[in-house]
Ligand binder design. Structure first.
Ligand SMILES: [Zn+2]
Length: 156
């Protein structure tokens, strides 16, 4: 029976291997019933995918393996405190718990600063550094109305 420290050591080992293999210093594993069911490494630069963070990669693998979009009953061990994107992905995938090793400040100290995104979330869209503008809401709302009335929808 593996313990929490062993799961985290696996996430850390992935992060160390990933640095050796040209990726960012981040690794994650997802555990279900005391067993690692998915592993993820940061492959942003290696695969030219800005969303390929370790946690998102592990979530994709776990969901594929289990054949579900709902990962309740699973826990994630990540070598670093999740960024806002990964935190959102973890909430959407309904994981039960997050364990992390390095924290946001440790990441910031080596050039991975995500505090600007947390800061942006506090602001109204019109006040953020990234401009955003609403267009064609009256046309887009049709899909929402269809969804709302759909009898056989798969809710998530
Ligand atoms: Zn992330």
């Amino acid at each position: 029976m593996m313990k929490k420290d062993d799961f985290m050591r696996e996430a850390i080992a992935i992060s160390i291997d990933n640095v050796k293999n040209g990726g960012g210093p981040f690794g994650a594993v997802i555990v279900k019933d005391n067993e690692i069911i998915a592993r993820g490494a940061n492959r942003v630069t290696a695969s030219n995918d800005p969303t390929a963070h370790a946690e998102v990669s592990a979530i994709r693998e776990a969901a594929k393996k289990l054949g579900t979009f709902n990962l309740s009953g699973c826990e994630i061990y990540t070598s670093c405190e999740p960024c806002p994107m990964c935190l959102g992905a973890i909430y959407w995938s309904r994981l039960d718990k997050i364990y992390y090793a390095n924290n946001k400040v440790d990441a910031k100290n080596i050039g991975f600063d995500d505090s600007f995104i947390y800061d942006e979330l506090e602001l109204k869209p019109s006040e953020r550094h990234l401009p955003s503008e609403s267009l064609l809401r009256t046309e887009a709302i049709k899909a929402f109305e269809m969804w709302d009335k759909k009898a056989d929808k798969i809710e998530y």
